[in-house]
Design a protein around this ligand. Structure first.
Ligand code: SF4
Ligand code: FES
Length: 253
């Protein structure tokens, strides 16, 4: 055996040394098979430094190809793999096994408040409809500018936090108001309205505020801070909602 091959064999041995056996308990639902929900346990050899997304991949690729979940980037950017892990909304691709007390079963279930289509996949249509309703794009009047629209650093800073949203729905689906009434716009839509209301270049702030003045708008927020706790991007979601409420009262933004 060449030295390079021996090194590889040794590396593989060393890597398998610190594998632990983890039980991943997944909430399964397949309406084509049964109307009942079942919890299913999977035993997996995992490196504690691997992520829950790696565990789901191992299940799907090696044990049960029918397991259904969304993911795309695998690096906390696309927002498609928000799920409830050990009872808390998180991104599977940003959650390490070692941070979850792997001595006990790790529970994985879909986010709440949206209809489950299959296993960990929920119907995101109501979530994206609320997002579309707040007009998440720059609105301006007048002629097209011949040069870049300038903005001071201070003006840019006012909405910096809310630009970080990746539309994962972890906030909206952790909100008890949204669980009870799916008509509520929800934190994510308000965060994305905030991003434009406080942008000095935008001219539709009052229109967006009126949309959120609706009975299903910002006044439904009960300031429970679940949304801020759930946000994987560290956005101060509740603060953004409070700023929108204040702008509605003072009409200053
Ligand atoms: S505010 Fe945070 S939790 Fe809510 S959708 Fe955006 S990134 Fe996800
Ligand atoms: S897979 Fe894209 S954020 Fe997790």
């Amino acid at each position: 055996m060449t030295t390079a091959i021996m090194d590889k064999v040794e590396e593989a041995g060393a890597a398998s040394d610190h594998l632990i056996t983890v039980t991943v308990r997944v909430r399964r639902f397949n309406p084509e098979v049964s109307a009942d929900v079942v919890w299913q346990d999977f035993q997996l050899p995992m490196d504690p430094k691997e992520r829950v997304l790696d565990a789901l991949h191992k299940i799907k690729w090696e044990q049960d190809g029918t397991l259904t979940f969304r993911r795309s980037c695998a690096h906390g950017i696309c927002g498609s793999d928000a799920m409830r892990i050990n009872g808390k909304n998180r991104l599977a691709c940003k959650t390490l096994i070692k941070d979850l007390n792997p001595a006990k079963p790790i529970t994985v279930e879909p986010i709440k408040g949206l209809t489950v289509l299959k296993d960990l996949v929920v119907d995101m249509d109501p979530f994206f409809q609320a997002y579309r309703d707040v007009m998440p794009f720059l609105v301006t009047t007048g002629n097209e500018p011949t040069r870049e629209r300038l903005q001071s650093a201070e003006d840019r800073e006012r909405f910096d936090d809310t630009t970080k949203c990746i539309l994962c729905a972890a906030c909206t689906s952790s909100c008890p108001v949204f669980w009870n009434d799916g008509q509520y716009f929800g934190p994510a839509a308000i965060v994305n309205a905030h991003r434009f209301i406080f942008d000095s270049r935008d001219e539709a702030g009052s229109q967006r505020l009126e949309i959120l003045n609706d009975r299903d708008g910002v006044w439904r927020c009960r300031t429970t801070f679940n949304c801020t706790d759930a946000c994987p991007r560290g956005i101060e979601v509740t603060k953004a909602i409070q700023e929108v409420k204040r702008a509605l009262i003072t009409r200053r933004y």
